[in-house]
Design a protein around this ligand. Sequence first.
Ligand code: GLN
Length: 203
Amino acid sequence: MLEGMGIETVEVRTPADMEGCDGLILPGGESTTQLQFLQEEGLAETIKQFAAEGHAVFGTCAGAILLATDVENPKQESLGLLDMTVLRNGYGRQIASDVFSAKSTLKDEPLEMVFIRGPVIERTGPGIEILAKHAGKPAIVQKGRLLATTFHPELTSDTTVHEYFLKLAAETDHNSGKTNGAKPKSGKAERSKRELTTAKSST
Ligand code: GLN
């Protein structure tokens, strides 16, 4: 989806791949496998550092699970960047994808949401904004430049959520003042528009 929007992307497999990136997307998939991969490659620490520097990080579905501080059903470690409790596979057994539309703060029209064995966000801590809900539970949450959806926005043709994330990523230079040598010191006009994902999105 990002490439279709004219954004340069790079697939991140090692900490070095993250250099020069303005944002990070943690895609859907199987969070247990993803977490193991991130820990083995040293990426878990790199991602925490990346977020601490004020960079934008967006977790979709399994990515949202990785961002949460508390993971249940079953209990699992995580990156612990967003203060919330998630219940894995919380919407019950969904053999095929289920598509819903719901209100969000991102646009006037309802937003299409594709859920695939998605997590339920059971609790959100202070400072977490809820941008959309599905079945009474938060479906898009944000804190600063950290964004998470319990559904897959990349599986529709609607770019609203990604555009929103790109805006967060573009703000990094202006406001955080926390970025260090990890980013190239290029001028605003030349600023890299690279986004990245840690693995190919799959379910
Ligand atoms: N059920 C998966 C998990 O718990 C997430 C599914 C997805 O990313 N679509 O890790």
